[in-house]
Structures are given as C-alpha cells and as structure tokens.
Design a protein around this ligand. Sequence first.
Ligand SMILES: Cc1ncc(C[n+]2csc(CCOP(=O)(O)OP(=O)(O)O)c2C)c(N)n1
Ligand SMILES: [Mg+2]
Length: 325
Amino acid sequence: MQRKLARQFYYDMTLARQFEQAAAEQYTQGNIGGFLHLYPGEEAVAVGSLHAADAGDYVVSTYREHVHAMVRGVSARAVMAELFGRATGCSGGYGGSMHLFDAGRRFLGGYAIVGETFAVAAGAGYWLRLNDSAQIVLCYFGDGAANQGTFHESLNMAALWKLPVLFVCENNHYQIGTEIHRHSAVPEIYRRALAYGIDGRRVDGMDVVAVYEATRAAIQHVRSGNGPYLLECETYRYRGHSMADPGAYRSALELAELQARDPLEIFRARALAQGWLTDSDCQEAEQQAADAVADAVRFAAASPEPMELERSVYSTPLDLYGGQP
Ligand SMILES: Cc1ncc(C[n+]2csc(CCOP(=O)(O)OP(=O)(O)O)c2C)c(N)n1
Ligand SMILES: [Mg+2]
C-alpha cells in the first residue's frame, strides 16, 4: 500500500473518532441540539469505501453521516458549525446533524428518514444513466433500513434499469436497540440483493483495507455498466444509537469483544508492521486531527446564528415591520 494512502486512512479515521468524541462533549454541554447519532467503531466503512470512489461520484448517506461528509472533503469546521446550527455550517445552519449537504462535493445529504436514501440514490442514478455519465452513486444505509419498502422498490428498479448505484450497507447489527436476528428474517443483507439479480458480498467492516479493496471491485462492476451492486460491511457502533440512548440492551462483554477489534488499532498495527507508517507518522496524524477538531469547535462556537431564519419561515420578512411581528 502507498504511504500516502495509508496516512490518509489513519488520519481520516483518527479525525472521525476525535470529531465524534468532541461532538458528544458539545452536546452534553448544550451547544448542539436535536438528535445526534455518532460513528465510533464504524470509521473503516466510510473511510475505506469513500476513498475507493472518484471525486465526481455522488454520495447519499443517513443521519449518521458526519464522517462521510468529512471524508468527502467537507471541512471539520463546516460540519461542526452545522451541528451547532450556525450560519457557517455546510447547510447554512438550517439542517443540523442529520441534514449535512454539500452539492459542490456531490454529497447529496444525510437523511433522517430510515430508507429515504434508497429512492434519492436511485433517482440520482437514473439521471446519470439518462446522461450516459461515467459517474456512479454510493448509497449508505443501515441494517435496519433494509426492512423498509423503499429498499425493495429501489433495488428492483435499479436492477431493472441497470442504474449505476453502489448500495453500501453499514451493518452494525442493531436497529436502535433491536439486534439483527430479531428484526431481520434474512440477516445477511447482501443476500437480499441477489433476489433482484444484483450481485453483492459481505466484507469485514472493521478492516479499512478490506473495505477499500472490496469497494474498488464493486465500483468497477457498477462503472462498467453492469448495474447496481450491494456491499455489506459488518461493523459495530461503540456508543448507543444516539446521545439519547445509553445502549443498555447489550452486554459489557459484547462491547468489550468488539472494541478489541477496533478499526483504528487494527490498521495502525498493520501499517506499522508493513512499514506503511512509522510511529511518528501516527503521532503526527493524531496531533493534526486533535488540532483540527479543537479548531472546528472554536470556529463553530464563534460563528453567528443563521440570520435568514425568519425569511425562510414567514412569507413576509419580519424586518419590514422593524422586527415586530
Ligand atoms: C421511516 C422511519 N421509521 C423509523 C424511524 C426511527 N429510527 C431512526 S433510526 C432507526 C434505526 C435504523 O437502524 P439502522 O438502519 O440499522 O441504522 P443505524 O442507526 O444502526 O446506523 C429508526 C427505527 C425513522 N427515522 N424513520
Ligand atoms: Mg444498524
């Protein structure tokens, strides 16, 4: 593996881990409102898969999408400011944690509705197909979302029309507090795609290199005009479903076992052993990530509220009345 890519993987996963930790702290301090779904444990999925895509490819994600946006190139500042609901956020402060968006980086959003992403991705894929575009769409979704009707409707149409969509399942084995064997008759999500004539496979989602390689092969399949593909990444989230969930439905033993397969630790050990990275490369990346996160929090806290808020809600701007309704 190239040193440059190895460093990028390690930096991005470290930034992801530290960013989410800082977001949790800011939420606890009351600086972030609404819902907040965090990604620790799942970093290898977004980092490995998005680095296998081209900058011109489109990305559709869920409400657990801070890391996808950042790997896509949205700055930590713009993401943190959006979490704070500030005008400098990537959605102008109107969206918050679940609605990050950056059209310039072809990041077509986080979506709060479970299963919403499938139809958005199929629509974007249809447009690309109509225009004979070489680009594809990467569509992220959770294991629970595969039980939604939109999953089946969208996969059927995507297969029928050979749409260039790579469906990436982030199978963390839980739909809020319900474990996969209790919510899914077929717990291997990739096998559901086979029913629609879509190829798919499973990959270890705790191994960033395995995710990267599997995604490259899957993208090659989709970009060559073979229609959609479903890549299922088996992963685990360390925290509760959201900040409102203490995650008491799973045992300390289960959590400890999965944390022992930490994607950052696995990659760090492998990169050092293979000579892709040195210890000081890793320390430098960790410091750089810590600085970027601290800077993002300072930036968000110092940013103004979205002053246009009233104009987007009321048909008559309040300032016509000198601020009095
Ligand atoms: C249509 C719809 N139904 C229910 C919910 C409430 N809800 C939010 S997240 C979630 C669980 C989804 O689990 P999964 O798809 O596995 O994603 P994960 O949170 O594990 O990443 C549910 C049921 C919702 N947001 N939208
Ligand atoms: Mg899940």
